[in-house]
Design a protein around this ligand. Structure first.
Ligand code: F6P
Length: 498
């Protein structure tokens, strides 16, 4: 839906809305660059999706301040108005110690809940001390929400008005926060959107803290997942682990007298803005000369991926598929180049560091196997770029490969489809992403099946231009029908009915 329409519909539903969004990751990071302070937009699906919503609803966003200059730019209430130059919402920063980040973020969230939820055969590293820290940090986020609620009440002089205070928690970092907020005031409306998959009950059952996690989540009034399958897995876990009363007719769980609705809300992007922005980008313009130099070997077909360097993203499998593709179809040697964009992430976790090293050495091996004097097939360019640069590459690529072993949604797939305003590209998409449910006109792959993956690369490149255009147009219409404003409106209006 159009931004304008979103604002009208929200006004119809809620007379006044006070939205408090809470996430680990902040939308904008302030860093020192010498003596100057620079602000950078955070990468990652959560912040990209939520930012346009906060701009429109003028709410407060509570998040961990991780930038070196984050403390230097906030007021006495830890707040800063964003975005720079078009101030519309407040970011309220919360600060964590090194020990807290190690135990809560690297430890419990990303070494337990992350591998457990994705089921990519990476064993979670259970550690009760990290869980304690995770609990305490969730309490800290809850306290920051409560402080905000108190200050809203003080500004209203304790008068009840028709304002809806809505607390919207984001993601697996904050599975326990609702419990602590409800302990302060049971009547507060709280919801969480879980941005990653929810595993099947057999996998979830190995988690030592499974009951506490489920109980924490069931303190919310509404829980959103991307797809129905994740909702079903969650409901089954509630039956198995808590013997809670599950109502499969309305997808709700009643536990200790409190009812929680569990529904799918497939997340998306600000599709119209990206389409319009991309339409105005001319890839032949001189402003892209520096980016053109990123791809030194000459090529006829560019394959592109944009991923955080993460073992769930199937980057190794993709490199293996490219190797096999060149072996099976040698006519592409010297003509095909694969460019991997993205950023290293969570590098303090050994599994991530090892994965990063493996990708580098696999790239080296494959390049050595095929290279000639002025051509090699794989380029890793792992630096953060702005949206315009990503769109330049999307528009230049013959195919974009999105091949996670498991992913809640994956917004790169949607971003590429909306950027393909010349209809010259094609999407190769893992069946194990939430976005494959909507984008079934992509060339769908099982990234574990390397042989079929290699064949699909060829198939996608060789699709007739007319078919590419038809498929991309169909997918663009699907994305436009459920963009980020639909997502937020559907979620918030569901919460209003509870
Ligand atoms: O996909 C899950 C998620 O938490 C997203 O919500 C976010 O975009 C991404 O991972 C980035 O993670 P991090 O905040 O750890 O860099």
């Amino acid at each position: 839906m159009e931004k304008k329409q979103f604002n009208i519909l929200i006004k119809e539903k809620f007379k006044n809305i006070n939205l408090i969004a809470v996430s680990n990751r902040e939308p904008v990071v302030h860093e020192y660059s010498g003596k100057k302070i620079v602000s950078n937009r955070s990468v990652g699906g959560l912040t990209i999706a939520l930012e346009p919503i906060m701009r429109n609803l003028n709410g407060t966003w509570i998040a961990y301040g991780g930038g070196s200059a984050d403390k230097a730019v906030i007021d006495k209430n830890n707040k800063i108005k964003l975005p720079p130059g078009e101030e519309s919402y407040s970011l309220k920063r919360l600060f964590l110690s090194k020990e807290e980040i190690n135990g809560y973020y690297y430890g419990y969230a990303n070494s337990v809940l992350w591998p457990l939820s994705h089921i990519v055969y990476k064993q979670p590293e259970f550690n009760s001390k990290n869980f304690e820290i995770y609990k305490n940090v969730n309490k800290k986020f809850a306290d920051s929400v409560i402080e905000e609620i108190k200050s809203i009440a003080a500004n209203n002089n304790g008068l009840q008005d028709e304002t809806d205070n809505i607390i919207w928690l984001q993601d697996y970092h904050l599975s326990l926060a609702a419990k602590y907020i409800k302990e302060y005031d049971e009547s507060l409306k709280i919801a969480i959107f879980w941005h990653i998959p929810w595993p099947n009950p057999e996998v979830f059952s190995i988690c030592p803290e499974k009951k506490e996690i489920l109980e924490g989540l069931l303190s919310n009034d509404l829980i959103g997942f991307h797809i129905l399958y994740h909702c079903q897995n969650f409901l089954k876990a509630c039956e198995w682990e808590l013997e809670a009363q599950v109502n499969w007719a309305d997808y709700s769980v009643t536990y200790k007298g409190h009812k929680t609705i569990i529904n799918p809300f497939p997340i998306s992007i600000d599709a119209r803005s990206i389409y319009d922005f991309s339409t105005n980008i001319d890839v032949n313009s001189e402003e892209f000369n520096e980016l053109k130099e990123v791809i030194e070997p000459s090529y006829q077909y560019l394959a592109l991926s944009v991923d955080r360097i993460d073992y769930t993203k199937g980057i190794k499998e993709k490199l293996m598929a490219i190797d096999l593709f060149l072996e099976k179809y040698p006519e592409y040697i010297g003509k095909f180049v694969f460019l991997q964009l993205g950023v290293p992430s969570r590098m303090h976790i050994t599994a991530y560091k090892e994965y990063y090293d493996e990708i580098n050495s696999l790239t080296e091996q494959i390049n050595w196997k095929y290279k000639n004097d002025d051509w090699h097939p794989i380029i890793l360019f792992l630096k953060q770029l702005d949206l315009k640069s990503y769109i330049y590459f999307y528009k230049t690529a013959a195919i974009v490969i999105v091949s996670p072993l498991h992913d809640g949604m994956n917004l790169v797939a949607k971003e590429f489809v909306m950027s393909d305003t010349n209809y010259g590209g094609m999407l190769v998409l893992s069946k194990f992403t939430g976005s494959a449910k909507e984008l079934s006109d992509a060339v769908l792959i099982n990234p574990y099946n390397i042989e079929c993956f290699a064949d699909s690369i060829k198939q996608a490149i060789e699709l007739e231009p007319e078919e590419k255009k038809q498929r991309i147009t169909k997918m663009q219409n699907i994305i436009l029908d459920n963009d980020i404003f639909d997502w937020a409106y559907n979620f918030l209006s569901k919460l209003k009915t509870i």
